[in-house]
Design a protein around this ligand. Sequence first.
Ligand code: ADP
Length: 167
Amino acid sequence: MPTQLECRQGDIANQPDMDAVVNAANAELRPGGGVAGALHRAAGPELDRACRPLAPIAPGQAVITEAFGLPNRHVIHCLGPVYGRDKPEAELLAACYRNALSLAEQHGISSLAFPALSAGAFGYPLEEATRIALTTVSETLPQCPGIERVRFVLFDADSTEVFQRTL
Ligand code: ADP
């Protein structure tokens, strides 16, 4: 059965029907703002404690923890590239999506929700980040037979429209 791929507006910290959610992490895997702030607030301080021994991570890398107070089993933490600083940025952003899917497959995760990695504080132009996200996930899913559903969760109406149009 082909994997279901969808884009919808919402909060990545409130995806109770997904096995795992992806964090747009910082290198130190600390709470911070944006996606990381929302996930750490909802997960509680145990998530911060679980992250510490795994930090720091490099751009393109992904690591996995439990999800604690979140309604999911796991959080996969990815460090996207900072636009204009971490190069080659398109390759590093694609590596985030590939590494997250590969970790999910290894851990028996069948449904996974992504935010728009690097498209907030890290400054990646939205249209380009969207194209890389959707292309990389579509091209990687055939190697992940255990993953049945992938959802992109966008915070506002404009980015939801860009994702839906690109999909
Ligand atoms: P990065 O540092 O990788 O750019 P951010 O967390 O700053 O990550 O932003 C990534 C994207 O996620 C942005 O488009 C931002 O608007 C969006 N975003 C912020 N908070 C949430 C949330 N709670 N749920 C889903 N998306 C969010």
